[in-house]
Design a protein around this ligand. Structure first.
Ligand SMILES: CC(C)(COP(=O)(O)OP(=O)(O)OC[C@H]1O[C@@H](n2cnc3c(N)ncnc32)[C@H](O)[C@@H]1OP(=O)(O)O)[C@@H](O)C(=O)NCCC(=O)NCCS
Length: 180
């Protein structure tokens, strides 16, 4: 398990799946804002890759996020789009509603940076988020990500086009304890 100050990132367990499905992916607003695509229900027992992890897939590393104190599941985190030529990847995360606003998101970003830069030897990490997602923007910026551009009207979200912000962090600029 990868450890931050408040949360740990570990493998997906079978009994994480019902909670993640109910609290993240069955929530139409949350899923529509986070997924970059149209919401549709996930059938119980399906092998949807957001829930069921394929350990052989090379470009994509999904984690379950747990509280270090007690081990309670609080969300998901992913290093995705891993490009071993350009040594870059994207990060994504989603916390259960009850776990938001407690500093966990900032800590998850810190742990994903450690995984990307130290464990995987990457040189660039990238995040795309909706321009009104203040908590995600702050979680990224607290860890040293800088805004590199605005993708105007890039996301169709529940009846309107919203801007996305693209943020990047280079290994040479990363300060491991920046958000601690
Ligand atoms: C985005 C998300 C991961 C952030 O994690 P979090 O644990 O809620 O955020 P933190 O508690 O670490 O807070 C980070 C910063 O945002 C601020 N913040 C938190 N919630 C906020 C809110 N609802 N509105 C405005 N600011 C907020 C905090 O005050 C903190 O600011 P600071 O660094 O200036 O002190 C989490 O809220 C979440 O899972 N949201 C739904 C899914 C999502 O949007 N995923 C990202 C898709 S790209």
């Amino acid at each position: 398990m990868l450890r931050g100050n408040k949360v740990g990132l570990r493998a997906r367990h079978e009994d994480d799946i019902p909670t993640l499905r109910a609290e993240l992916y069955d929530d139409v607003v949350n899923a529509s804002r986070s997924e970059g695509g149209p919401w549709r229900p996930i059938t119980p027992g399906s092998k949807d890759p957001r829930l069921v992890v394929d350990d052989t897939a090379q470009g994509h590393v999904p984690f379950s996020v747990v509280e270090l104190a007690g081990g309670t599941l609080v969300g998901t985190a992913t290093l995705w789009g891993i490009d071993t030529h350009n040594r870059s990847a994207h990060i994504g995360l989603g916390l259960l509603p009850s776990a938001r606003g407690k500093g966990y998101g900032t800590d998850v970003v810190a742990v994903l940076c450690h995984y990307g830069f130290v464990v995987r030897g990457l040189q660039r990490l990238q995040i795309e988020t909706l321009a009104d997602n203040t908590a995600m923007l702050r979680s990224a910026e607290r860890n040293g990500f800088v805004r590199e551009g605005v993708l105007r009207c890039a996301a169709w979200v529940l009846g309107e086009f919203l801007d996305e912000v693209l943020l990047g962090l280079l290994a040479r600029d990363w300060k491991p304890d920046a958000a601690a």
